[in-house]
Design a protein around this ligand. Structure first.
Ligand code: B1H
Length: 799
């Protein structure tokens, strides 16, 4: 496909799909026309993949996830199809700047953070590897809220990504299922029959997901909710205009908005309805596809692997049993075993508040038949294991973690440490009863988006140095390793980093009105705001550093720009206080002429996938400072490492494995280990003790408390300060000095530019294992038992 073809196709779409001619086209029109022209090139491989999967009569994977944080899709598609130069030329020949065209696409934020972004990376890797499968989720009308700051305070505004037509999706009005809720269960000739009293329609919307070099494409199918009877004409005729649209509005509520909390809002009925809505629609779709190809439902596990992305789709277990037993007449125990043969469950967190539990009365009201089935699963498990304590139903709650564990043939954690903790803590007893069920699958990220698309400077250097094959075989990055002793390579590596830093500095100036020095260290912490992620420890260390520089302005300092990004759940008061504090500290420090050349704080609002793509390639230092034992894996940590930013971090989540691979000497470790944290918490007054022992921390806390950053307001940060002084569950105080010391080691290392760059380059060269291709291969072999339908990219001739 040549540039001329892409251009004429784009112009054709501009005219016939957008109804515009070039002289009158806005950037929106060009972006849409180019997207449609690119999309056309996905159709053939997409059909071919669908046919190949059908012909193979083999197994397919169904990845069920409440969240798919896909971000923008145009550049991704262009990268995977190898159309970068062509697409750029098309835009330029139409009189538009390529970057501006790409930036016109809304960032589809159908997720909160790591869990949703992981699902998106997995889709890319499944298509790249030729693993036949579908992603199933919800087509939220409003994705994650948009964040802005008003006097440093987070304000949430609705996200409107569907205001403009979504270029990548195909609406499938013919794929529509009625999803039932409520009602009662009655006995009917000795069978239990669910008589629901409500129905909502689930309509399919498909987005093709193209893999690297366009060799395979899978489908992301998102369900939108619609009313069975959309418009109440009788009400309208009575003059009741609101009433006339009420049924439609009510039904649509189900897919209206993504819950913005990354620790679940337990007990919210709408959330339970969302979970059942998309899970039930997906299972109906899976069974329809299966029944079109096979006769015997007992063969389901040989053809269907369903992965539950956390417990959010956990109702899949009972729903699949209900379909097989109630609707297809399979006996209950066989139905249960068949369902288990299909299901895998990924646990993403040990945070107690994120472990979903539904009150039984609520489950009974919304899904009465499912509650009965869950009771029967629980009884069956109790009969098989009479001395067990773990219950699905306990204290009037349905425990979705236990349900998922018991209904899955494989359960996995998302990093080595996390999986060990899953075995030792939340599921200790179930692990003892089912010792072969828990496996580890350390997370990964797709290099197509996180290096090739996000970091063209590094992509070019790597390609020029080791050829093109690393993109689908990321362990080949290790071939860079001998080059770290080559001055020419290292100059080019440093130049690439500098290019990215200058681009970020330009963006910060243009969009935030702040000027930063690209020679300074770009120290970046981007992730959801959470006490366990300890952004407050970072800002306290910033205050302490400010104090130290002011005390000794002529000392040997290392210039730093501390960059923060991230949203807080709207109801998480303390997290919002932390955001306010970061902004307040930034306001004061950035205005100080004594320290201005050494220390700056920048917090661009509305962190999202697109912003991550901008920040990560420009980072010098990656902040991964969670309380050990709390971050299940982290995936940002991997993106930073690949892009040549060494980590300052704790032994938590995948940091442990990153450090093992990049080498301890290329990683700034500090802090207590997970068992040390647990022990420390039992020490009475551990926080006060740590504060007493650290004058730096005591001073910083006192400054926050006394209003140095809040115009004398001693109330504003009472929540954060009191919590740290008297409670400090996340042991910020006890880890503070270790963090301070590690930062000073970072300072010293950064003052040796060649040594630093060598460390950065070794991070790139040694992080190939963190490709999501490796992760997906692991799931395919150890959870899904499925083989790829295309030859491995490593078997292909190089370009
Ligand atoms: C992760 C979540 C999560 N763990 C509840 N748990 C949600 C929980 O809407 N909710 O109710 C949403 C999300 N997200 C993250 O998963 C972990 O914190 C990260 O450490 C991990 O890297 C990521 C992917 O495994």
């Amino acid at each position: 496909m040549t540039h001329a073809d892409l251009r004429s196709d784009t112009l054709r779409h501009l005219e016939f799909s957008l109804g515009k001619d070039l002289p009158h086209a806005h950037v929106y029109d060009v972006r849409m026309a180019l997207s449609l022209a690119v999309r056309d090139r996905i159709i053939t491989p997409w059909f071919a993949s669908t046919r190949a999967a059908y012909a193979a009569r083999g197994k397919r994977v169904y990845y069920l996830s409440m969240e798919f944080l896909i971000g923008r899709l145009l550049e991704d598609a262009i990268v995977n199809l190898g159309l970068m130069d062509e697409a750029r030329a098309v835009c330029e020949s139409c009189g538009f700047d390529f970057a501006t065209v790409l930036a016109n696409e809304p960032d589809a934020a159908l997720g909160n953070g790591g869990l949703g972004r992981l699902a998106a990376c997995f889709l890319d890797s499944m298509s790249t590897l030729g693993c036949p499968g579908h992603g199933y989720g919800i087509r939220y009308e409003h994705g994650l809220f948009q964040q802005r700051f008003e006097d440093g305070v987070q304000i949430e505004e609705p996200e409107e990504w569907l205001r403009q037509k979504h270029a990548w999706e195909f609406e499938r009005p013919e794929v529509m299922y009625g999803i039932a809720f409520g009602g009662h269960v009655r006995d009917h000739d000795g069978r239990r029959v669910w008589e629901p009293d409500e129905q909502v329609l689930a309509k399919a919307h498909d987005t093709p997901v193209i893999g690297w070099r366009g060799r395979w494409a899978n489908t992301l199918r998102l369900w939108g909710a619609e009313a069975v009877h959309g418009f109440d004409l009788a009400a309208f005729n009575r003059g009741d205009y609101m009433g006339a649209t009420a049924p439609e509005a009510l039904a649509r509520t189900i897919s209206r908005v993504l819950y913005p909390d990354d620790t679940s809002d337990a007990g919210k009925e709408l959330r339970l309805r969302q979970e059942y809505f998309f899970t039930a629609a997906s299972l109906r779709d899976i069974l329809r596809r299966f029944c079109g190809e096979h006769e015997d439902l007992a063969a389901l596990p040989r053809h269907v692997a369903i992965q539950l992305n956390d417990t959010h789709p956990a109702i899949a277990g009972p729903e699949l049993i209900r379909l097989l037993h109630d609707e297809h007449g399979m006996d209950f125990d066989t139905a249960e075993d068949t369902a288990r043969g299909c299901l895998g469950y990924t646990n993403h967190t040990l945070m107690p508040e994120a472990l979903e539990r539904w009150p039984e009365w609520l489950m009974d009201r919304v899904l009465p038949r499912h509650l009965e089935i869950i009771g029967r699963i629980d009884e069956g498990h109790a009969r098989a294991h009479p001395h067990r304590n773990a219950h699905i139903l306990s204290d009037g709650n349905v425990n979705m973690g236990e349900l998922s564990f018991i209904m899955a043939h494989k359960v996995n954690g998302v990093s080595a440490l996390h999986t060990d903790l899953v075995k030792d803590t939340v599921f200790a007893e179930l692990h003892r009863l089912h010792p072969d069920r828990i496996v580890n699958q350390t997370n990964g990220v797709t290099p197509r988006r996180w290096i090739v698309a996000a970091n063209p400077a590094l992509r070019k250097l790597v390609g020029d140095t080791i050829g093109p094959r690393w993109v689908s075989d990321l362990e080949r990055l290790s071939e860079l390793e001998p080059h770290v002793d080559d001055a020419g390579f290292m100059d080019a590596y440093a130049a690439a980093k500098r290019t990215n830093k200058e681009a970020l500095a330009r963006w910060l100036r243009e969009t935030q009105g702040v000027t930063v020095n690209p020679a300074a260290m770009f120290d970046i912490q981007i992730k959801r705001i959470h006490e366990y992620k300890r952004q407050h420890m970072n800002i306290l260390e910033t205050i302490a550093l400010w104090n130290a520089i002011r005390e000794d302005p002529n000392g040997e300092w290392t210039p730093r720009v501390k960059i923060f990004g991230g949203k807080a759940a709207p109801g998480y008061v303390l997290a919002k206080e932390i955001i306010h504090l970061i902004n307040d500290v930034g306001r004061v420090i950035n205005a100080d002429p004594v320290t201005r050349d050494w220390l700056q704080v920048v917090y661009p609002p509305n962190y999202n996938v697109t912003m991550a793509e901008r920040l990560i390639p420009a980072a010098d230092l990656s902040e991964q400072i969670s309380t050990a034992g709390k971050e299940a894996s982290g995936t940002g940590n991997m993106k930073f490492a690949m892009n040549g930013a060494p980590t300052i971090g704790t032994l938590d989540g995948a940091n442990v494995e990153i450090r093992e691979r990049v080498g301890a000497e290329n990683f700034f470790l500090f802090g207590m280990t997970a068992p040390e944290v647990v022990a420390r918490r039992t020490v009475e007054g551990h926080a006060a003790q740590a504060i007493d022992a650290s004058p730096r921390l005591a001073q910083a806390l006192e400054q926050v408390a006394s209003g140095v950053f809040s115009d004398g307001d001693t109330d504003r940060y009472r929540g954060v300060v009191d919590n740290l002084r008297h409670h400090d569950f996340f042991v910020v105080c006890s880890d503070f000095d270790g963090y301070w010391d590690a930062q000073r080691r970072v300072d010293a290392a950064f003052r040796d530019p060649a040594g630093w760059m060598r460390m950065a380059a070794l991070n790139t060269a040694r992080s190939g294992w963190f490709s999501s291709d490796r992760t997906i291969r692991g799931y395919m072999a150890e959870v899904w038992d499925i083989a790829p339908l295309i030859a491995p990219a490593s078997d292909l001739a190089a370009e």
